[in-house]
Design a protein around this ligand. Structure first.
Ligand code: SF4
Length: 450
């Protein structure tokens, strides 16, 4: 029988603190960073820029979306989550794909992806590359270059477990030279202080220091930005808030804010579907009905509230390296609005953000399956695939306008899996981006961010 409340893990962990006026060198030393072991910090291969005259301005994308909506037309996605592989060299229990990681799949190759990208339509602004471990796809840089050549994408996020810092530096050197007008953000996963992160990661060797690799990568990317003058490059740390790290999250937040200082820190709530498959909890529905919150849910509410207060008071700075300061302020504000909505959901209130998965947001699986979001695509009993690219000669538009797409997009926000959904990049961000109301809110908030 499921227990109603999981007792938090209380294994000890190391807390690292530095004086408020510590220099970068002192902060690096406090967390054991030695970048001299990575050759790509000093040297880089040269790549020619891709010359292409594409207007990547988001306001143009938004106008097209609004006018299509006004005339009842199906809009092309502004944001896509592209799973490039389901292979991973770690096997973390909290992963959204924990049940299907490393299951044999027939991944799309570069040529197939190029054909697909050529038919994505003219509204695309953001692609989130996820997995599996994204950097295990050997053609990841070529895939990103194809997106730059063939679509109006402006912003690319790559989610990675940062297992090989030098590889990430090499990919960064290449993309920052070949796609000069693209905003690249690395989203590096890390679950808390060293002991907590390394226990949660389930790597193949007990001596593997996944924590140090992530911290080295984060710092190394900041150094590359400075040393090589890379514009529009960000590095964020992402932590999943769940039963296995709840006891350490207060200390972790302070370490992130005061010692590590990434450009941005994301705290994501453990996915609803993963909560049930890997933890003996009461169901989400019965927890919400009884008004009961698990310790990790309470911690999410507390810490995201602290983040909001710290961002608005200037104690925590999200330093987006965007083309303009306004764009950076708006990105920070959008994050706060997204977390606010997740807090509403956790406290049993209806979401204020209306899901537009399958309209403004799209999901492409590693084997070519297209859907509105990952929950729709991978539902264990009722998958809602719009179609597979291989069956449609890689014509995304043909799938986007198929009968299955028409039927399933109507269920966005209304299907049973939508209750309690906190998928930031598939539910919250695409919807905020195309909503006058939320953009106005973001504008108001952005003005208060120091
Ligand atoms: S609410 Fe969540 S699960 Fe439902 S369609 Fe939107 S993104 Fe998918």
């Amino acid at each position: 029988m499921p227990s109603s409340t999981l007792l938090p893990d209380t294994k000890p962990h190391t807390v690292i603190q530095v004086p408020a006026n510590a220099t970068d060198a002192e902060r690096m030393s406090a967390v054991g960073i030695d970048l001299s072991k990575y050759s790509s910090i000093e040297d880089r291969e040269s790549f020619e820029p891709i010359f292409i005259n594409t207007n990547r301005d988001i306001s143009r994308r938004l106008l097209s979306t609004y006018s299509n909506r006004l005339f009842g037309k199906i809009t092309n996605p502004t944001m896509i989550t592209h799973i490039v592989t389901t292979r991973c060299n770690y096997s973390c229990g909290f992963c959204s794909f924990a049940d299907t990681l490393n299951a044999k799949t027939n991944e799309l190759g570069l040529e197939e992806i190029e054909k697909t990208y050529a038919s994505l339509g003219g509204n695309l602004n953001t692609i989130v590359y996820s997995g599996g471990e994204t950097t295990l796809h050997k053609q990841l840089p070529q895939i990103i270059e194809a997106a730059y050549r063939l679509t109006p994408v402006k912003s690319v996020y790559i989610i990675s477990n940062a297992w090989k810092p030098d590889l990430i530096f090499q990919i960064t050197h290449r993309i920052k030279q070949s796609c000069p007008d693209l905003h690249l953000t690395w989203s590096l996963s890390i679950e808390g202080p060293k002991e907590v992160n390394n226990a949660a990661r389930y790597t193949q060797k007990s001596t593997w220091d996944a924590w140090q690799n992530t911290i080295d990568t984060m710092w190394g990317l900041k150094i590359l930005r400075q040393k090589f003058g890379y514009q529009q490059l960000d590095v964020q740390l992402c932590t999943v808030c769940g039963p296995n790290n709840v006891h350490a999250l207060d200390d972790w937040y302070e370490m992130v804010r005061d010692v590590l200082k990434p450009d941005k820190w994301n705290l994501n709530l453990l996915r609803k579907s993963v909560q049930m498959s890997n933890n003996e909890l009461d169901s989400w529905e019965s927890r919400r009905k009884s008004g009961q919150q698990e310790p990790f849910e309470k911690k999410y509410l507390e810490i995201t509230q602290r983040v909001r207060e710290d961002v608005l008071s200037g104690n925590l700075k999200f330093l987006y390296h965007t083309q303009s300061g306004w764009e950076g302020g708006m990105k920070s504000a959008v994050d706060l609005i997204s977390q606010e909505d997740n807090r509403r959901i956790l406290t049993g209130n209806p979401p204020a953000i209306c899901c537009r998965a399958g309209q403004d947001g799209a999901y492409i699986g590693s084997d070519g399956e297209v859907s509105g979001c990952e929950e729709f695509a991978n539902h264990p009993t009722h998958p809602k695939s719009f179609g597979n690219l291989r069956d449609y000669q890689y014509d995304f538009q043909a799938i986007w306008h198929s009968e299955a797409a028409k039927a399933y997009r109507k269920l966005a926000g209304k299907a049973p899996e939508c209750y309690g959904c906190t998928l930031e990049s598939q539910k919250n961000y695409p919807s905020i981006l195309v909503s006058f109301k939320h953009l106005w809110q973001a504008q108001q908030l952005a003005q208060k961010i120091h």
